[in-house]
Ligand binder design. Structure first.
Ligand SMILES: C[S@@+](CC[C@H](N)C(=O)[O-])C[C@H]1O[C@@H](n2cnc3c(N)ncnc32)[C@H](O)[C@@H]1O
Length: 343
């Protein structure tokens, strides 16, 4: 179906073959500008000041309207220059292919974001296919970051928060801060500002939420990795399962991620093999009474994990709840680990 679709037709329902018109070039180029200044928090400022001791200028290879460069020029008095594949403001360059940086400028950028799978859903594959061909990366921002890191010792990039849980090499990452609030003028993508230094420097990043220090990246990821992966048999996506799982925070703050004994707002008839946000599951070896204890312990472990990691071990989910907190999603691998530990 997708081959026959015109560029710019975004698939919204495969079952009903529904499409909506989108601005294909805006999506393919990731032209969502960073109009807010929330990314320039104190630890990032300190990083840029330090980097400017070694770099004479600042380059944004995906410069767009130049919002980031304007701010850097204003705040640091640095010489700045941009490149872009579109528009007339900067020298033209395809920075997803290579970035000229003979002068060793520091890079400050907000590259385009586009997942390979959503490129086809959004009907823009034809525009971006050449970048993904032969690349191991699944998102344009990772290709962009790789190109930036190849030509500069110091890179500050505003990128999706999912970067933190991704397998992208983080050995040069020195500082990363989760940006709260809406950073972009016209998208809700949850973002972080990531600061990379030269290879061989400190290789455990300091993590912040806004200005608040949370700990070292390795400690936060260990909260997830350090849990037992095997144990009791758990059957997911079982319409008759005795445990309900709301695996995503609702906008209503009373409906956060939770294991529930018995029925909850999700209809059992909707459970599918592919259910990822709400489901029913079972631990067949346990009695009802034992299950209730496991559920209570698993919810307790989850609350502890959320608090210790400031939610960063959970993937961000679109938008915020009604109190303005970023919504989160519990993947089933981690749900399984929590239930194992609670059993
Ligand atoms: C997310 S916008 C960021 C603009 C600017 N950094 C900001 O935050 O305001 C991404 C920019 O990258 C440009 N772009 C997309 N693909 C590109 C490519 N292959 N080479 C160079 N620029 C590209 C787009 O035209 C767009 O201006």
């Amino acid at each position: 179906m997708s081959e026959k679709r015109a560029v710019g037709q975004m698939l919204v329902s495969a079952d009903r073959e529904r499409f909506v018109e989108i601005d294909a070039h805006k999506v393919a180029r990731g032209s969502f500008y960073t109009t807010d200044e929330a990314w320039l928090i104190a630890p990032v400022r300190a990083f840029i000041n330090q980097a400017l001791l070694s770099c004479a200028s600042v380059l944004d290879p995906f410069a767009g309207d130049g919002h980031l460069l304007d701010l850097v020029r204003r705040e640091f008095g640095a010489a700045v220059f941009g490149l872009d594949i579109a528009g007339a403001k900067w020298a033209r360059n395809d920075s997803l292919v290579s970035i000229p940086n003979a002068g060793g400028a520091m890079i400050v950028t907000n590259p385009p974001y586009l997942a390979n799978h959503s490129a086809s859903r959004k009907g823009v594959s034809q525009i971006v296919a050449t970048y993904f061909d032969g690349s191991d990366y699944d998102n344009l921002y990772k290709i962009a970051l790789d190109k930036c890191l190849a030509v500069s010792d110091f890179v500050v990039a505003v990128i999706p928060e999912t970067f933190l849980l991704s397998s992208f090499d983080k050995s040069r990452l020195q500082v990363v801060s989760v940006i709260e609030g809406d950073l972009f003028s016209d998208t809700e993508a949850p973002a972080v500002v990531a600061c990379f230094g030269p290879a061989g420097g400190a290789n455990d990043a300091s993590v912040f939420v806004g200005e608040k220090p949370i700990g070292k990246l390795s400690e936060i990821l260990e909260l997830r990795r350090g849990r037992s992966r095997s144990g009791i048999r758990i059957v997911f996506n079982d319409p008759n399962g005795r445990i309900g799982l709301r695996a995503v925070d609702a906008q209503d703050v009373n409906r956060r991620i939770e294991f529930i004994f018995g029925d909850f707002e999700y209809k059992r008839s909707k459970v599918k093999e592919s259910s990822r946000l709400m489901t029913y599951l079972d631990i067949p070896e346990l009695s009802d009474e034992q299950l209730q204890q496991v559920i209570s312990r698993a919810n307790h472990l989850l609350a502890e994990l959320r608090e210790k990691s400031c939610d960063l071990v959970l993937a961000p989910f679109k938008g915020n709840d009604k109190l303005g907190n970023r919504r989160r999603r519990l993947d089933y691998a981690l749900a399984r680990q929590l239930l194992n530990e609670a059993s």
